[in-house]
Ligand binder design. Structure first.
Ligand SMILES: NC(=O)c1ccc[n+]([C@@H]2O[C@H](COP(=O)([O-])OP(=O)(O)OC[C@H]3O[C@@H](n4cnc5c(N)ncnc54)[C@H](O)[C@@H]3O)[C@@H](O)[C@H]2O)c1
Length: 359
């Protein structure tokens, strides 16, 4: 028996596992699911079908939800779910002992060339794969929640992960429509959470020192930096922010950034400041509305993705979304705005009480 290049196993069918199932099934892969909890297994395919219907309403899938959901099968036994698959994507509890036990089982149950990936948010692969005969095929593939809407996946091997394993993984995630990056060495938080952590640290520190309200700091991101960051990174941003590119930018602004760095006060997660922030946020968004607002967030992400997709297709007929895209023409913008407006109207009622958080 050999592995099938078009069959994937998803272990753990919570938030992340279900979203991964959508990623692979909509790209045409057969997807096998397994979860230790019978209720999670039973709920998985119906929940996946509901999410696919949401994606369909934004034009983000090319087939019907039923056609895509039909590629997903839930198995009551782990051994059946991982039989002959090319990749196992593990999404179980974020505990090193639990992951260690799971990877030992996976190493035993799967073919020697099956890729074994963990979605862990913060555990280095070396902490749960050491001592396994097949440790060279184990690595972290850290997604962003939910991977069905946010395409980035951070690949990070242990010191013993084979380079060709990471190369095969990168090609596979690309084939599934994701945007893999490779982290060259184990480091806490990988790349995304280190960048997010740096920003969060400064935002919390400025808030603690009283330089701005929580709402105004969110506005700085949403109506300032975030607009560019939806389609370019910090390096491309500075390359375009001075006529002579990065070198010119550094010449002009390095002094300012050195001064900022010398004044920086790291945030120590002080309980008093966090209690104040919690009260500020609760005044804008009642805690009971967090679920509703999260669904609103996912729909905004879908609208943004739909826009990026249309924009990329209009630019050159492919699904290109990175740098060097042509700006959207007036018609593209109009179509995207119309779709977004329709969806906004549809969700406005449910998000009404949370809407105050925008102002
Ligand atoms: N939620 C996020 O924002 C996020 C983002 C990136 C990565 N991750 C990582 O993804 C993984 C899953 O997170 P989640 O948010 O989907 O969690 P979750 O609690 O929603 O789902 C975990 C699922 O795993 C199942 N499970 C637990 N132990 C098991 C075992 N031994 N065998 C089989 N099934 C088991 C549970 O029944 C549950 O259904 C974690 O490692 C987490 O760090 C989470």
């Amino acid at each position: 028996m050999t592995t099938s290049a078009r069959r994937i196993a998803i272990i753990g069918t919570g938030r992340i596992g279900r979203a991964w199932a959508i990623v692979f099934a909509r790209a045409g892969f057969q997807v096998n699911l397994y979860d230790a909890e019978p209720a999670m297994r039973e709920g998985a395919v119906p929940a996946i079908r509901d999410s696919l219907a949401d994606l369909a309403s934004f034009g983000l899938i090319d087939e019907t939800p039923d056609t895509i959901a039909a590629r997903v099968t839930c198995y009551p036994q782990l051994a059946d779910a991982v039989r002959d698959v090319v990749l196992v994507q593990e999404n179980i509890a974020e505990r090193v002992d639990v992951k260690r036990a799971m990877f030992a089982e996976l190493d035993h149950l799967t073919h020697a060339d099956t890729l074994l990936a963990s979605s862990t948010s913060g555990l280095p692969a070396s902490t749960f794969t050491q001592g396994l005969a097949g440790r060279a095929r184990c690595f972290v593939a850290h997604p962003v929640n939910p991977p069905s809407l946010v395409p980035l996946v951070e690949l990070c091997g242990a010191p013993w992960t084979a380079p060709d394993v990471l190369a095969r993984a990168r090609a596979l995630y690309e084939e599934a429509g994701q945007k893999p990056v490779t982290v060259e060495g184990e480091i806490s938080g990988f790349l995304l959470n280190r960048l997010q952590g740096a920003l969060l640290d400064e935002a919390l520190s400025l808030y603690e020192q009283g330089y701005a309200s929580a709402a105004d700091l969110d506005t700085v991101m949403r109506d300032g930096l975030g607009l560019r960051w939806a389609f370019m990174g910090p390096f491309e941003t500075i390359d375009l922010n001075a006529p002579g590119g990065v070198a010119d930018y550094a010449q002009r602004y390095a002094g300012t950034y050195r001064t900022i760095a010398s004044e920086r006060m790291p945030f120590d997660w002080s309980p008093d400041t966090l209690a104040k922030l919690e009260a500020d946020r609760a005044a804008l968004l009642p805690r009971t509305d967090i679920e509703t607002r999260s669904r609103w967030r996912d729909r905004r992400l879908m609208a943004l993705l739909a826009h990026r997709r249309r924009d990329a297709r209009d630019a050159d007929g492919s699904d290109r979304t990175e740098a060097a895209e042509a700006p959207a023409d007036a018609n593209t913008t109009k179509t995207a705005d119309t779709a977004e407006a329709a969806q906004t109207t549809k969700t406005a009622k449910t998000a009404k009480s949370a809407k105050a958080a925008d102002n």
